[in-house]
Design a protein. Sequence first.
Length: 320
Amino acid sequence: MRKIIIDTDPGIDDALAILLALSAKEELEVLALTTVNGNVDIEKVTKNAFKILDVAGRRDIPVYKGNSKPLMRENSMPADCHGDDGLGNIGMEESGRVPEEESAADFLIRKAREEKGEITLVPIGPLTNIAEAIQKDPEFVKNIKEVVIMGGAIHEGNVTPHAEFNFWVDPEAAKIVFQAGFEKIVMVGLDATRYVWLDPALRELLYQINTPVSRFIHKVTRVYADAHWGYGQKLGCELCDVLVTAYLLDTSVLETTDAFVDVETQGLCDGASVVYPIWKYGDRQKNCEAAVKADTKKFFEIFFGYLFPEYLENVKKIQG
């Protein structure tokens, strides 16, 4: 069983990624959620983490509140596709739970030391907490088994022509993470996530499944789908962060290439991930496996197969 800590800024796709991880009880042990400023501010994302755990019936999982702003700059604008509250403005009740007293970075350092070489970090928001842990503890990098990141892009960004949102919010943190020397980093960026599109038919299936979790997913993705229509008149929505969880459950869902990744921190390309494929740039030292493509059918079979296994055949029929 893989031990994971999800570092997150919920966020609609964060919510789905967390729910999928929690459904895989035999494969993934979710040790904690750590929160970070991103899609909305730190207070909202921390409250949202508790709301998601409540939906999943997992009030046993602790939440550690992290950074309220990027490492070296002021807060960036929040994402505009998740609603004012980050969870689609669906009016969820407050959980009543409060975060642990220990900060996210201090928890990450302590837990990595206690379970050296066993923990997979799963950052699906800006990388501020991870970078802080690196700066505070020289041994932190050596204590982590692997890091599977949702962020970056080889080609086109989604906030600027070059920058993906998570890296754009805190480019300095992303740069620190890629330069730190982790044993293994997998970068699941926009080149791969564009293959995991929740189309109207699959979204309608979630409504018809009619469980509390499926109706939550259907409801919370409404504003997300509306935003994607507003961007480019596309029906459905992209499940970026969820692809990371799917990869943890079945690595064959991704096609990756060995790469050296750096992050730009100024100018027109501020926040851009600069990806050098090793096959082409042999003088560069690999620091990452960068995702270039995802298997759409396999992704949705994983997603529905874990969360709603009795409807897997319906998914296969819809996908053709």
